[in-house]
Ligand binder design. Sequence first.
Ligand code: SP5
Ligand code: ZN
Length: 357
Amino acid sequence: MWVFTSEVHQDHAPRTEFFRGTLVPCFELPLRIDLIKAHLNLTESMDFHAVEPLALDVISQIHDGRYLEFLQTIHPRWCKQLEAEGDPTDPKEVEILPHTFLTRHLDREVVPTSVYGEAGYYAMDTASPITVGAFAAARAATLGAMNAVEAVYQEKTRNAFSLSRPPGHHAAHDSYGGYCFLNHAAIAAQHWLNLLRQRSTEARIAILDVDFHHGNGTQQIFYQRPDVYFASVHGDPRWAYPYFLGHDHQTGRGEGEGMNLNLPLPAGTPWNDYRESLKKALQGIHRFAPHGLIISFGADTHEEDPISGFRLQTDDYAAMGNLIASLRLPTVVVMEGGYSLGILGSVVSRFLQGLVG
Ligand code: SP5
Ligand code: ZN
């Protein structure tokens, strides 16, 4: 298993998020990656590789240009405004957390010029602060996922893992949230398709999302496309974040009809039930016959996760990796969520070991 990771994520160290009516310390922290890295360093058959620079224009095939400009400029613009107002706060301490959102019946044609208005235009929640390093960290995470795709496409390895943060699967074509700004799995899929199309007119990629939360961004991005199959096992959005996407009646649209498979599950789901849904996801992927598989991996299905609601245990993740390996596809794993610092390292390590067999 090749592992790609970089230190750029350290500069995105958000302080607080809004949770149950108050500001609480962020769940999505640099320490998450440090702990996983320490574990993988002690895990057999993990080969760490440096992330190489690559052209990033593929990002514009997935995300809206105006949205990308927003992500890149919003923090410096807000800091400049604070400075002009005589606010002495160090830009490194400044976080943008919007409070007013573009919901139904409101006007989406006019993008506000106010920083908080613009953040509310693009955001889906109050839990994803934009810090000084958020965009650079997200871009580095995308680059890690693209490096993993290249390694697998060039057959240097059968499996590669991009160990990065912030996560990506809640980021849609032009919206962010759930701690995600760029959708690394979606961009990696697009990059893989672009490479495949240099050799062949046939190019199909499957994305399997096993984070506890539904990957609303990934679903939205590929909803009408026939070249990417998206399967997700997750907490039913009727009771779990992101609440407004991930129902089983959402099967794709137009050319993408039948290419989206949602498998929502009840609170408290243990591995034995989870496994049956995972098998259905794998059957769907097998029928699609993709050239490659991308896994959005979250460790937040674990019983100890502080913000989720399933009951998987540490040993179950080896079985999960093993089951997915039965697809026998070239596989890229990208890191999504997982917030229990106690079990995060061993869960990721078990999963990857199960995957390589
Ligand atoms: C990538 C990822 O895992 N994002 C998750 C973002 C979730 N943010 C909002 C969490 C709200 C949790 N609801 C409270 C349940 C507490 N038991
Ligand atoms: Zn999650």
